[in-house]
Design a protein. Structure first.
Length: 745
């Protein structure tokens, strides 16, 4: 192994001499390569949607796409309005003007519902009448009282368009599910056309893009600002504004972070080296490595998602380490009196191999994440690994070429003899302390590790996007208002497919759907609150029709138990001119949706509920229909499950891969295993001692802390063991080898 390492070091020395002598050609080639990567940056996209957490072939996304194809987007813009008095002529006039302006000026709007146009189903003798609730704004107290009574007594409007106390009303905007740039015409097409024909046509539809969603939300916000006031206080909330906020903040935060990170690194580089080249070259290399990696992402069509926001911080941390190591060793050789070419040759001979080992080991560990079931984790593993390799190439090619060209002056600040500077004296002191008290340090470390491992059992997974919002953010206040007054702002969807035309005419199927809805409404969280605030399905439409056709008597608000009667009532409703039926069933009346409206909460709370609901649905409907659970909330719960599974597998694979790489690269099974104690202890300490005992949950961000810690720890241990073996092999004692290792590593 020693001769192998010697040969590698010899090759690096020769490579350093070649780069120095062909520095201008090297820079030209590197400039062309970097330009090719950077030319892809305009293609970069951002995706804050819930779907971004899953691979495109994940069955969860397949079910969600099939739902949207049939029923449209289930995530709405919700605008709660809390005026002094809802049942007031002036307010209702303003509500109507607001409704109409939204309808006229908001792009990508599929439908809008408020008290202005919500349906009122009533019977007029043998005739079923379906009309707008507010055909004419009431002008007299008697008419207003009648309108108020109807609005507050209707099960359709309660917790949907008006709160139970009658103090808050909603305007609900349904947006296009698909971008009009890809053939969006009318979501009713899913109701009117045969699904088989759509599949045969092979039509590929693209969900509404982030740019289109932003345009929509900005139009809503602009109109809302025009109407907002003491007599018309409103807040814009719901799924599309949440996506727009995440998208906007993600881009803003990433830009601010990069600027602050680069500034912080520049200051520390100046304090460390006190030379222009010591600041410029490592920074240039790490920034170009990061931008090149992002260019590769853009070229591959992989967007930035919320979890992959950690990529820039990871690459900055990893890339700067190699650059600092190379520059520190170069300055020592150059300061010792050799010419620049020889200093570069000696530097690459000394540091090239450990930098190669750190890059390969870190990249191998990261590539282990590429098989993760959670798409952003897999993407992070792939592109962070690529970024580490690019940083390696740029550090060992671009930095020497620039050093060969740029003027580098010797300075009296760094002592010519190792160990004479203030920082060097500190490192020698640390080495002496560690080697003279080795047993005590090992024992104390073992106790701390045992405590940290105990803390790992207290770790919990959590995902509550609402907690990521500032408490004074209007969007968060709007979501909290809707959840408090309407008992929910997010959807869980149950799709019931009978598999046959007119299968929904069967009373048994409808009774089972109603039973499932009642089951869902009765399930309570551990704190006593109910999971589901409201349900809606074809069952509710049918009960409404049945009541209207029976003199509007409340006792007839039930599902008819006769197949022919069900068929007749649904046909009457369809012929009444209302298109509301297509929102809850398909065109063949064989498939229906049951919508469960739930409040925002920690997704962990809903995991068990969704599992119980799936089992109950199968028990009730399994003999008569295929049941699929989908919607926003299902994506969140599946996200938690996938996240736990992905990270457990990925960390285990990464640990095994890195251990094997350490054994091969260090040349010793025993030292390779010992090195993993240093590699894994930062993760255990952080997650167990800090996160476990202080109840900091694992989420889409904190789960990835381990990947950064592992990457940095691997770099440190490889540099340490490589240099320790070098000096120890030269015949130095262990304490002296440790001193020299810390001074050069």
């Amino acid at each position: 192994m020693t001769s192998f390492r010697t040969r590698i070091e010899f090759y690096f020395a020769g490579f350093g001499r070649m780069v120095f002598r062909h520095r201008f050609k090297t820079l030209l080639v590197m400039a062309l390569v970097i330009a090719a990567f950077l030319s892809q940056l305009p293609k970069l996209t951002f995706d804050t949607s819930n779907e971004s957490y899953f691979h495109k072939d994940d069955p969860t996304i397949g079910d969600y796409d099939a739902f949207r194809e049939q029923f449209g987007r289930e995530s709405y813009v919700i605008i709660p309005i809390e005026p002094p008095e809802i049942f007031d002529t002036a307010f209702l006039r303003k509500l109507k003007a607001f409704h109409e302006k939204l309808q006229e000026e908001v792009p990508y709007l599929e439908d809008i519902t408020s008290l202005v146009n919500v349906r009122n189903t009533r019977g007029d003798g043998d005739v079923l009448v379906v009309e707008d609730l507010l055909k004419v704004i009431p002008e007299t107290p008697e008419k207003m009282a009648r309108f108020k009574g109807l609005a507050l007594s209707s099960k359709l409007y309660r917790n949907y368009l008006i709160s139970e106390d009658g103090k808050v009303t909603n305007v609900i905007i349904e947006t296009f599910a698909y971008s009009p740039g890809k053939g969006e015409e009318d979501l009713a097409a899913g109701f009117q056309e045969d699904e088989g024909k759509q599949e045969e046509a092979g039509e590929v539809r693209t969900p509404l893009t982030q740019e289109e969603n932003r345009e929509l939300v900005q139009a809503v916000n602009r109109i809302a600002a025009e109407f907002n006031g003491p007599d018309f206080p409103l807040i814009v909330a719901g799924g599309p504004p949440t996506d727009e906020f995440f998208d906007r903040m993600m881009q803003k935060d990433m830009g601010q972070f990069l600027m602050l990170a680069v500034l912080s690194i520049a200051i520390l580089l100046f304090l460390l080296f006190r030379r222009f080249s010591g600041v410029l070259l490592p920074l240039l290399v790490v920034i170009l490595s990061l931008l090149s990696t992002i260019g590769v992402m853009a070229a591959a069509g992989v967007p930035f998602t919320i979890p992959t926001l950690i990529l820039p911080s990871f690459l900055l941390a990893m890339g700067i380490g190699a650059g600092v190591h190379l520059m520190a060793v170069f300055y020592r050789y150059y300061q010792a009196g050799g010419d620049k070419e020889q200093a570069l040759v000696d530097t690459l001979e000394h540091s090239g191999f450990p930098i190669l080992m750190t890059s390969l080991t870190t990249a191998a560990g990261l590539f282990a994440f590429s098989n993760a079931e959670m798409a952003p984790v897999a993407h992070l593993g792939i592109f962070a690994g690529i970024g580490v390799l690019l940083a390696f190439v740029y550090t060992l090619v671009l930095t020497p070429a620039l050093l060969a060209i740029l003027p580098v002056h010797r300075t009296a600040w760094i002592g010519k003899e190792r160990g004479t500077g203030g920082f060097d004296r500190l490192l020698v002191g640390i080495a002496d302390f560690a080697t003279s008290r080795a047993l005590g340090i090992v024992l104390v470390s073992a106790v701390v590790m045992v405590l940290a491992i105990g803390g790992l059992f207290s770790l919990r997974f959590s995902m509550n996007f609402l907690d990521w919002f500032p408490k004074d953010l209007e969007l968060r206040k709007g979501i909290e208002l809707v959840d408090e007054r309407f008992k929910g702002s997010m959807n869980l969807e149950v799709v019931v497919d009978t598999g046959k035309e007119n299968g929904l005419y069967e009373p048994k199927v409808l009774n089972q759907m109603e039973a499932l809805a009642r089951y869902a409404e009765q399930q309570a969280k551990p704190d006593g609150r109910h999971y589901v605030g409201k349900t809606n399905s074809v069952v509710d439409v049918l009960k409404e029709i049945n009541k209207a056709l029976n003199e509007n008597r409340e006792e007839f608000y039930t599902v008819p138990q006769n197949r022919k009667l069900i068929a007749q009532e649904l046909l009457l409703f369809e012929n009444s001119g209302s298109d509301d039926l297509e929102d809850v069933v398909d065109s063949q009346l064989g498939k229906a949706r049951l919508s469960l409206i739930v409040p925002w909460d920690d997704t962990e709370v809903y995991v068990e509920f969704v599992g119980d609901l799936r089992r109950e649905a199968e028990a009730l409907l399994g003999d008569n229909a295929t049941v699929t659970i989908t919607g926003e909330l299902n994506l969140f719960t599946q996200m938690i499950f996938t996240m736990m599974q992905s990270m457990a597998h990925s960390y285990l694979i990464a640990a095994v891969v890195i251990t094997i790489m350490m054994m091969l690269l260090v040349g010793s099974i025993r030292i390779g295993i010992l090195s993993m104690i240093a590699n894994l202890s930062p993760i255990v300490l952080t997650m167990g001692l800090i996160m476990g005992y202080f109840d900091i949950p694992l989420d889409a961000f904190t789960l990835l802390i381990g990947s950064i810690a592992l990457g940095l720890a691997v770099d440190d241990t490889i540099h340490f063991f490589h240099n320790f073996r070098r000096y120890y092999g030269e015949g130095k004692s262990a304490p002296e080898a440790v001193r020299q290792t810390l001074l050069t590593s």
